[in-house]
Ligand binder design. Sequence first.
Ligand code: GLN
Length: 198
Amino acid sequence: MKIGVLALQGDFDAHRRRLEELGVEVVLVKKPGQLDQIDGLVIPGGESGTFLKLLGEEGFEKLKQFVRLNPTFGTCAGAILLATEVENPEQAGLGAIDIRIRRNAYGRQLDSSIREGRLLQSSLHDKPGSPLEMVFIRAPKIEHVGAAVEVIATEGKDNAPVAVRQGRAMAATFHPELSEDTRVHQAFLDLVLNGRKR
Ligand code: GLN
């Protein structure tokens, strides 16, 4: 199984290391054509506006096609890119997951923090909800979740959704690549494997 990590900008190398630890062959994707060689894609954290600029119209369209058909996992800025609706400011989304997401949504104090959230029992993780370390860095907030979206992790007293999945697309507003725990990446790899079986 070959997994691409979009390597235009941001913390793609941490994802590469984590995926390699899990025994996967990783391709650093810098050109749209490389999307044809991979079974799944990770879109890392970074600055989503900068991603859009670097992708350009052609790259954006190619990526949109890819995420419609292939397993994709976006973290933080990557989650913003996968959304249908983006706020603060408004910007284009790839529309792979029916969520409304607000960029830089936490106040200054919570701007970057390590918090304990919960990984839920879900189609990707069959154990009951369990604690999960979550690293947030200028994180977005998922403000609305569409009916077809499954929440796979929550955080805080109000059980706010921080990781979601719709079909073959998965997104987390935190950075699992910066924690030791590999369960979130493993869940994505399971999604890729299941997708291939279908
Ligand atoms: N604040 C960034 C954005 O709005 C996301 C931050 C991150 O990826 N760590 O795109």
